[in-house]
Ligand binder design. Structure first.
Ligand code: SAM
Ligand code: SF4
Length: 329
Protein backbone atom coordinates (compact mmCIF):
# COMPACT_ATOMS: atom_id res chain seq x y z
CA UNK A 1 0.00 0.00 0.00
CA UNK A 2 1.26 3.49 -0.89
CA UNK A 3 0.96 5.98 1.98
CA UNK A 4 1.94 9.65 2.19
CA UNK A 5 3.56 11.50 5.10
CA UNK A 6 0.10 12.20 6.58
CA UNK A 7 -0.88 8.50 6.54
CA UNK A 8 -3.24 8.94 3.58
CA UNK A 9 -3.49 6.09 1.12
CA UNK A 10 -2.54 7.04 -2.46
CA UNK A 11 -4.29 4.77 -4.97
CA UNK A 12 -5.69 7.10 -7.65
CA UNK A 13 -3.85 8.73 -10.54
CA UNK A 14 -5.32 11.39 -12.82
CA UNK A 15 -3.34 11.51 -16.04
CA UNK A 16 -3.87 14.50 -18.36
CA UNK A 17 -2.87 13.39 -21.86
CA UNK A 18 -3.03 16.74 -23.67
CA UNK A 19 -3.58 20.43 -22.93
CA UNK A 20 -5.44 20.91 -26.26
CA UNK A 21 -9.17 21.16 -26.44
CA UNK A 22 -12.03 21.58 -28.90
CA UNK A 23 -13.97 23.79 -26.46
CA UNK A 24 -12.95 27.06 -24.81
CA UNK A 25 -14.83 26.96 -21.48
CA UNK A 26 -14.29 30.43 -20.06
CA UNK A 27 -13.53 29.11 -16.55
CA UNK A 28 -10.76 26.90 -17.95
CA UNK A 29 -8.96 28.81 -20.70
CA UNK A 30 -8.98 32.08 -22.67
CA UNK A 31 -10.94 32.36 -25.93
CA UNK A 32 -7.75 32.23 -28.01
CA UNK A 33 -6.68 29.00 -26.31
CA UNK A 34 -3.39 28.40 -24.53
CA UNK A 35 0.21 28.42 -25.64
CA UNK A 36 -0.15 24.77 -26.62
CA UNK A 37 2.64 22.43 -25.64
CA UNK A 38 4.83 21.26 -28.51
CA UNK A 39 4.98 17.56 -29.30
CA UNK A 40 8.46 17.37 -27.73
CA UNK A 41 7.16 18.79 -24.45
CA UNK A 42 4.34 16.26 -24.26
CA UNK A 43 4.81 12.88 -22.64
CA UNK A 44 4.72 10.16 -25.29
CA UNK A 45 2.29 7.26 -24.90
CA UNK A 46 5.28 4.98 -24.18
CA UNK A 47 6.38 7.28 -21.34
CA UNK A 48 2.84 7.43 -19.97
CA UNK A 49 2.55 3.67 -20.04
CA UNK A 50 5.91 3.20 -18.33
CA UNK A 51 4.97 5.69 -15.60
CA UNK A 52 1.53 4.13 -15.12
CA UNK A 53 2.91 0.59 -14.96
CA UNK A 54 5.39 1.66 -12.28
CA UNK A 55 2.76 3.55 -10.29
CA UNK A 56 0.34 0.62 -10.48
CA UNK A 57 3.12 -1.63 -9.17
CA UNK A 58 3.60 0.85 -6.32
CA UNK A 59 -0.10 0.89 -5.34
CA UNK A 60 -2.18 2.90 -7.80
CA UNK A 61 -5.46 1.06 -8.40
CA UNK A 62 -7.44 3.56 -10.43
CA UNK A 63 -6.40 5.76 -13.37
CA UNK A 64 -8.53 8.54 -14.81
CA UNK A 65 -7.61 9.90 -18.25
CA UNK A 66 -8.29 13.59 -18.63
CA UNK A 67 -6.85 16.68 -20.32
CA UNK A 68 -7.47 19.10 -22.17
CA UNK A 69 -9.84 16.96 -24.11
CA UNK A 70 -8.47 13.40 -24.17
CA UNK A 71 -10.18 12.49 -27.45
CA UNK A 72 -8.41 15.22 -29.43
CA UNK A 73 -5.08 13.49 -28.90
CA UNK A 74 -4.27 11.26 -31.87
CA UNK A 75 -4.72 7.51 -31.35
CA UNK A 76 -6.02 7.92 -27.80
CA UNK A 77 -7.77 4.55 -28.06
CA UNK A 78 -4.32 2.90 -28.39
CA UNK A 79 -3.25 4.35 -25.04
CA UNK A 80 -6.56 3.51 -23.39
CA UNK A 81 -6.42 -0.08 -24.67
CA UNK A 82 -2.84 -0.55 -23.43
CA UNK A 83 -3.74 0.92 -20.01
CA UNK A 84 -6.78 -1.34 -19.76
CA UNK A 85 -4.41 -4.30 -20.02
CA UNK A 86 -2.12 -3.19 -17.17
CA UNK A 87 -1.74 -5.91 -14.58
CA UNK A 88 -3.06 -4.77 -11.20
CA UNK A 89 -5.12 -1.82 -12.44
CA UNK A 90 -8.65 -2.14 -11.07
CA UNK A 91 -10.36 0.79 -12.76
CA UNK A 92 -9.79 2.90 -15.84
CA UNK A 93 -12.05 5.90 -16.31
CA UNK A 94 -12.17 9.07 -18.39
CA UNK A 95 -13.32 12.67 -18.06
CA UNK A 96 -14.46 14.11 -21.39
CA UNK A 97 -16.41 17.04 -22.77
CA UNK A 98 -18.24 14.59 -25.06
CA UNK A 99 -17.81 16.61 -28.26
CA UNK A 100 -16.17 13.81 -30.29
CA UNK A 101 -16.56 10.92 -27.83
CA UNK A 102 -19.71 9.22 -29.15
CA UNK A 103 -18.02 7.19 -31.94
CA UNK A 104 -15.63 5.63 -29.39
CA UNK A 105 -18.22 4.50 -26.85
CA UNK A 106 -18.64 0.92 -28.10
CA UNK A 107 -14.87 0.38 -28.03
CA UNK A 108 -14.60 1.97 -24.59
CA UNK A 109 -17.15 -0.53 -23.36
CA UNK A 110 -15.25 -3.42 -24.96
CA UNK A 111 -11.96 -2.53 -23.24
CA UNK A 112 -13.70 -2.46 -19.87
CA UNK A 113 -14.34 1.24 -19.18
CA UNK A 114 -17.28 1.22 -16.77
CA UNK A 115 -17.71 4.87 -15.89
CA UNK A 116 -17.26 8.20 -17.67
CA UNK A 117 -17.44 11.73 -16.33
CA UNK A 118 -19.13 13.92 -18.91
CA UNK A 119 -18.76 17.67 -18.48
CA UNK A 120 -21.97 19.58 -19.11
CA UNK A 121 -22.74 22.91 -17.49
CA UNK A 122 -26.18 23.58 -18.96
CA UNK A 123 -29.07 21.95 -20.82
CA UNK A 124 -29.61 25.07 -22.90
CA UNK A 125 -27.81 25.19 -26.28
CA UNK A 126 -27.39 28.98 -26.19
CA UNK A 127 -25.91 29.00 -22.71
CA UNK A 128 -23.68 26.09 -23.74
CA UNK A 129 -22.30 28.31 -26.50
CA UNK A 130 -21.87 31.25 -24.11
CA UNK A 131 -19.91 29.12 -21.65
CA UNK A 132 -17.83 26.96 -24.03
CA UNK A 133 -17.61 29.42 -26.98
CA UNK A 134 -18.39 26.52 -29.33
CA UNK A 135 -21.65 25.25 -30.84
CA UNK A 136 -21.33 21.60 -29.82
CA UNK A 137 -24.23 20.99 -27.46
CA UNK A 138 -25.93 18.41 -29.72
CA UNK A 139 -22.76 16.31 -29.95
CA UNK A 140 -22.38 16.22 -26.17
CA UNK A 141 -25.97 15.06 -25.79
CA UNK A 142 -25.34 12.37 -28.39
CA UNK A 143 -22.39 11.12 -26.35
CA UNK A 144 -24.58 10.96 -23.25
CA UNK A 145 -27.14 8.93 -25.17
CA UNK A 146 -24.48 6.50 -26.43
CA UNK A 147 -23.00 6.06 -22.94
CA UNK A 148 -26.39 5.23 -21.46
CA UNK A 149 -27.18 2.92 -24.37
CA UNK A 150 -23.97 1.00 -23.69
CA UNK A 151 -24.68 0.83 -19.98
CA UNK A 152 -21.65 2.89 -19.01
CA UNK A 153 -22.10 4.75 -15.73
CA UNK A 154 -22.42 8.49 -16.41
CA UNK A 155 -21.45 11.22 -14.00
CA UNK A 156 -22.20 14.70 -15.26
CA UNK A 157 -19.75 17.37 -14.08
CA UNK A 158 -21.32 20.81 -13.81
CA UNK A 159 -19.26 23.81 -12.74
CA UNK A 160 -21.57 26.28 -10.99
CA UNK A 161 -20.80 29.83 -12.06
CA UNK A 162 -22.36 33.00 -10.69
CA UNK A 163 -24.31 34.80 -13.41
CA UNK A 164 -23.76 32.08 -15.99
CA UNK A 165 -25.62 28.87 -15.23
CA UNK A 166 -27.18 28.91 -11.78
CA UNK A 167 -30.58 28.71 -13.55
CA UNK A 168 -29.45 25.29 -14.82
CA UNK A 169 -29.08 23.71 -11.38
CA UNK A 170 -32.73 22.68 -11.13
CA UNK A 171 -33.13 21.41 -14.75
CA UNK A 172 -29.98 19.33 -14.28
CA UNK A 173 -31.36 17.88 -11.05
CA UNK A 174 -34.60 17.12 -12.92
CA UNK A 175 -32.57 15.09 -15.41
CA UNK A 176 -31.93 12.57 -12.63
CA UNK A 177 -35.65 11.82 -12.35
CA UNK A 178 -35.76 9.58 -15.42
CA UNK A 179 -32.10 9.01 -16.24
CA UNK A 180 -29.70 6.89 -14.17
CA UNK A 181 -27.04 9.61 -14.15
CA UNK A 182 -25.30 11.24 -11.26
CA UNK A 183 -25.13 15.03 -11.60
CA UNK A 184 -22.23 16.54 -9.66
CA UNK A 185 -22.16 20.27 -9.06
CA UNK A 186 -18.61 21.61 -8.71
CA UNK A 187 -17.52 24.86 -7.12
CA UNK A 188 -15.63 27.01 -9.60
CA UNK A 189 -11.87 27.02 -9.01
CA UNK A 190 -9.33 29.74 -9.93
CA UNK A 191 -7.72 27.98 -12.93
CA UNK A 192 -8.86 29.81 -16.07
CA UNK A 193 -5.37 30.23 -17.54
CA UNK A 194 -5.46 33.99 -17.06
CA UNK A 195 -4.21 34.33 -13.52
CA UNK A 196 -7.70 35.02 -12.25
CA UNK A 197 -7.64 34.88 -8.46
CA UNK A 198 -10.53 34.84 -6.04
CA UNK A 199 -11.16 36.16 -2.62
CA UNK A 200 -13.93 33.58 -2.35
CA UNK A 201 -16.89 32.23 -4.26
CA UNK A 202 -20.57 33.09 -4.16
CA UNK A 203 -21.99 29.72 -5.12
CA UNK A 204 -20.28 27.43 -2.66
CA UNK A 205 -21.40 23.91 -1.75
CA UNK A 206 -23.76 25.16 0.97
CA UNK A 207 -25.58 27.53 -1.37
CA UNK A 208 -25.81 24.92 -4.14
CA UNK A 209 -27.37 22.46 -1.70
CA UNK A 210 -29.83 25.08 -0.38
CA UNK A 211 -30.93 25.86 -3.93
CA UNK A 212 -31.64 22.18 -4.67
CA UNK A 213 -33.42 21.66 -1.33
CA UNK A 214 -35.62 24.71 -1.99
CA UNK A 215 -37.17 22.90 -4.98
CA UNK A 216 -36.67 19.30 -3.83
CA UNK A 217 -37.28 19.38 -0.06
CA UNK A 218 -37.23 15.55 0.11
CA UNK A 219 -33.55 15.43 -0.91
CA UNK A 220 -31.62 13.21 1.48
CA UNK A 221 -28.01 12.44 2.23
CA UNK A 222 -26.59 9.07 1.21
CA UNK A 223 -23.31 7.67 2.57
CA UNK A 224 -20.28 8.98 0.71
CA UNK A 225 -18.03 6.25 -0.72
CA UNK A 226 -14.51 6.03 0.73
CA UNK A 227 -12.27 8.83 -0.67
CA UNK A 228 -15.25 10.52 -2.30
CA UNK A 229 -14.73 14.20 -3.06
CA UNK A 230 -18.48 14.77 -3.35
CA UNK A 231 -21.24 15.05 -0.78
CA UNK A 232 -23.80 12.63 -2.16
CA UNK A 233 -27.59 12.84 -2.12
CA UNK A 234 -30.68 11.22 -3.56
CA UNK A 235 -34.18 12.43 -4.20
CA UNK A 236 -36.80 9.74 -3.53
CA UNK A 237 -38.29 8.54 -6.83
CA UNK A 238 -35.33 9.71 -8.93
CA UNK A 239 -33.30 7.14 -10.88
CA UNK A 240 -30.08 9.13 -10.70
CA UNK A 241 -28.18 10.82 -7.88
CA UNK A 242 -26.77 14.21 -6.93
CA UNK A 243 -23.25 15.12 -5.82
CA UNK A 244 -21.80 18.41 -4.66
CA UNK A 245 -18.04 18.90 -4.85
CA UNK A 246 -16.52 21.56 -2.62
CA UNK A 247 -13.55 21.95 -4.94
CA UNK A 248 -12.83 25.54 -3.90
CA UNK A 249 -13.79 25.16 -0.23
CA UNK A 250 -11.55 22.06 -0.09
CA UNK A 251 -13.39 20.07 2.53
CA UNK A 252 -12.00 16.72 1.34
CA UNK A 253 -8.21 17.07 1.70
CA UNK A 254 -8.06 14.93 4.86
CA UNK A 255 -8.71 11.76 2.84
CA UNK A 256 -7.06 12.80 -0.42
CA UNK A 257 -5.98 9.62 -2.24
CA UNK A 258 -5.06 11.19 -5.59
CA UNK A 259 -2.03 12.35 -7.49
CA UNK A 260 -1.88 13.99 -10.91
CA UNK A 261 0.43 13.88 -13.91
CA UNK A 262 0.17 16.78 -16.35
CA UNK A 263 0.56 16.45 -20.15
CA UNK A 264 4.19 17.56 -19.88
CA UNK A 265 4.92 14.94 -17.21
CA UNK A 266 4.80 17.07 -14.06
CA UNK A 267 3.77 15.19 -10.96
CA UNK A 268 1.32 17.13 -8.82
CA UNK A 269 0.74 15.96 -5.26
CA UNK A 270 -2.23 18.33 -5.00
CA UNK A 271 -4.49 20.08 -7.50
CA UNK A 272 -3.44 23.36 -5.94
CA UNK A 273 0.35 22.80 -5.92
CA UNK A 274 2.82 23.94 -8.53
CA UNK A 275 4.14 20.48 -9.40
CA UNK A 276 6.79 18.62 -7.46
CA UNK A 277 8.94 16.96 -10.14
CA UNK A 278 8.92 16.05 -13.82
CA UNK A 279 8.65 12.34 -14.59
CA UNK A 280 9.17 12.74 -18.34
CA UNK A 281 12.43 14.68 -17.85
CA UNK A 282 13.69 12.04 -15.42
CA UNK A 283 12.88 9.26 -17.88
CA UNK A 284 14.51 11.10 -20.76
CA UNK A 285 17.62 11.60 -18.62
CA UNK A 286 17.86 7.79 -18.36
CA UNK A 287 16.49 7.27 -14.83
CA UNK A 288 15.61 3.60 -14.46
CA UNK A 289 12.44 2.33 -12.78
CA UNK A 290 14.21 1.46 -9.50
CA UNK A 291 15.59 4.99 -9.10
CA UNK A 292 12.32 6.55 -10.32
CA UNK A 293 10.39 4.58 -7.72
CA UNK A 294 12.67 5.96 -4.99
CA UNK A 295 12.23 9.53 -6.27
CA UNK A 296 8.44 9.13 -6.40
CA UNK A 297 8.28 7.66 -2.89
CA UNK A 298 10.27 10.60 -1.62
CA UNK A 299 7.79 13.00 -3.30
CA UNK A 300 4.83 11.18 -1.71
CA UNK A 301 6.57 11.54 1.65
CA UNK A 302 6.52 15.31 1.25
CA UNK A 303 2.89 15.99 0.43
CA UNK A 304 1.29 19.15 1.72
CA UNK A 305 -1.36 18.67 4.40
CA UNK A 306 -4.10 20.27 2.33
CA UNK A 307 -4.95 22.42 -0.68
CA UNK A 308 -4.63 25.66 1.30
CA UNK A 309 -1.05 24.91 2.25
CA UNK A 310 -0.25 23.83 -1.33
CA UNK A 311 -1.82 26.99 -2.77
CA UNK A 312 0.11 29.29 -0.42
CA UNK A 313 3.38 28.02 -1.91
CA UNK A 314 2.07 28.31 -5.48
CA UNK A 315 0.98 31.90 -4.98
CA UNK A 316 4.56 32.83 -4.11
CA UNK A 317 4.95 32.87 -7.91
CA UNK A 318 3.04 35.99 -9.09
CA UNK A 319 3.24 34.97 -12.78
CA UNK A 320 1.27 31.83 -12.21
CA UNK A 321 -1.49 31.52 -14.84
CA UNK A 322 -2.55 27.92 -14.72
CA UNK A 323 -5.37 26.52 -16.84
CA UNK A 324 -7.38 23.53 -15.68
CA UNK A 325 -6.57 22.04 -19.09
CA UNK A 326 -2.98 21.51 -17.97
CA UNK A 327 -4.04 20.06 -14.61
CA UNK A 328 -6.82 17.75 -15.75
CA UNK A 329 -9.42 18.75 -13.18
N1 SAM B 1 -11.96 18.39 -21.35
C1 SAM B 1 -12.45 17.42 -20.47
C2 SAM B 1 -13.73 17.87 -19.83
O1 SAM B 1 -14.02 19.06 -19.86
O2 SAM B 1 -14.43 17.01 -19.28
C3 SAM B 1 -11.46 16.99 -19.40
C4 SAM B 1 -10.59 18.05 -18.79
S1 SAM B 1 -11.44 19.26 -17.81
C5 SAM B 1 -10.09 20.30 -17.32
C6 SAM B 1 -11.85 18.33 -16.36
C7 SAM B 1 -12.92 18.92 -15.49
O3 SAM B 1 -12.45 20.11 -14.92
C8 SAM B 1 -14.20 19.28 -16.24
O4 SAM B 1 -15.31 18.64 -15.62
C9 SAM B 1 -14.30 20.77 -16.09
O5 SAM B 1 -15.63 21.21 -15.99
C10 SAM B 1 -13.53 21.00 -14.81
N2 SAM B 1 -13.02 22.37 -14.71
C11 SAM B 1 -12.29 23.05 -15.62
N3 SAM B 1 -11.98 24.30 -15.16
C12 SAM B 1 -12.55 24.40 -13.94
C13 SAM B 1 -12.60 25.44 -12.97
N4 SAM B 1 -12.00 26.61 -13.16
N5 SAM B 1 -13.27 25.19 -11.82
C14 SAM B 1 -13.89 23.99 -11.61
N6 SAM B 1 -13.86 22.96 -12.48
C15 SAM B 1 -13.20 23.17 -13.64
FE1 SF4 C 1 -11.75 21.99 -22.66
FE2 SF4 C 1 -12.51 20.59 -20.53
FE3 SF4 C 1 -11.25 22.97 -20.28
FE4 SF4 C 1 -13.71 22.96 -21.23
S1 SF4 C 1 -13.07 22.26 -19.18
S2 SF4 C 1 -11.96 24.10 -22.11
S3 SF4 C 1 -13.75 21.08 -22.32
S4 SF4 C 1 -10.39 21.12 -21.09
Amino acid sequence: MLLDNHGRKINYLRLAVTDRCNLRCFYCMPEEGLDWLSRKELMTYEEMLQACALLVKMGIEKIRITGGEPFVRKDIMKLLTALSELDGLKELSITTNGVITAPHVAQLKSIGVKAINLSLDTLDANRFFAITRRDEFANVMQTMEQLLLHDIEVKINTVVMTGKNTQDIIPLVELTKDLPVSVRFIEEMPFNGEGHSYSGIVWDYVRIFDEIRRVFPTIQKVPDPLYSTSYNYEIPGHKGGIGIIAAYSRTFCGTCNRIRITPQGTLKNCLYDDGVLNIKDLMRAGTDDVSLEGILRNAFNNREKDGWQAERKRLENPDFHESMATIGG
